[in-house]
Design a protein around this ligand. Structure first.
Ligand SMILES: Nc1ncnc2c1ncn2[C@@H]1O[C@H](COP(=O)(O)OP(=O)(O)OP(=O)(O)O)[C@@H](O)[C@H]1O
Ligand SMILES: Nc1nc2c(c(=O)[nH]1)N=C(CO)CN2
Length: 159
């Protein structure tokens, strides 16, 4: 059984409903152990687009890493994600942040997620649900990065 951390984001359509649907679909294939608060976040990556809703989720699953990726991509397809431009707007995005303390570097899958330590829209929700889960090497970096960030605003939205 592995412990998996995901970052989910949505900035097209009914952002709350799409995150709700994604968490429900995850629960049909894995054990959803924790879900962070919903954060409204300014887009990063240089593409002009609407603010996101972001959450982080903790799962437990027997699935292999490749199967977890396939599960995430299937949920994106089910929720009608279309890729128009890299780092552009999306109905839903599921990124794998960590799977236990695995380090995976393949064409299709990089874990820990290569940008997770640069993204406060990831770190702040992740620190909410799993401060102790941060990869040992990153713990010090997290302390420096996780700060009150006006670009990441906690909401009262309930999924
Ligand atoms: N940890 C990971 N989680 C999800 N996808 C990954 C991961 N590592 C590599 N990938 C690959 O990234 C490809 C592109 O994913 P996607 O278009 O969702 O990127 P993005 O989420 O928009 O950008 P970013 O990966 O920078 O967050 C996927 O087809 C997948 O094979
Ligand atoms: N605020 C925010 N910005 C982003 C996000 C995201 O989820 N939230 N996802 C991206 C590509 O994965 C690029 N930029």
């Amino acid at each position: 059984m592995s412990t998996i951390y995901l970052s989910l984001g949505s900035n097209i359509g009914d952002r709350r409903q799409q995150l709700t649907d994604a968490v429900r679909l995850l629960g049909e294939q894995a054990q959803v152990k924790k879900v962070s608060s919903v954060y409204e976040t300014a887009p990063v990556g240089g593409v002009e687009q609407d603010d996101f809703y972001n959450i982080c989720v903790e799962l437990e699953s027997e699935q292999a890493p490749e199967e977890i990726l396939a599960m995430c991509q299937a949920i994106e397809s089910q929720l009608n994600r279309v890729r128009i431009v890299h780092w552009g707007p999306r109905t839903i995005d599921l990124d794998i942040l960590m799977i236990d303390d695995y380090v995976i570097e393949t064409e299709d899958l990089k874990v820990p997620h290569p940008y997770m330590l640069e993204r406060s829209f990831v770190l702040i929700p992740l620190a909410e649900i799993a401060p102790e889960a941060i990869h040992p090497k990153a713990k010090k970096m997290i302390k420096e990065l996780v700060h009150e960030d006006k670009e990441v605003r906690k909401t009262e939205v309930r999924l």
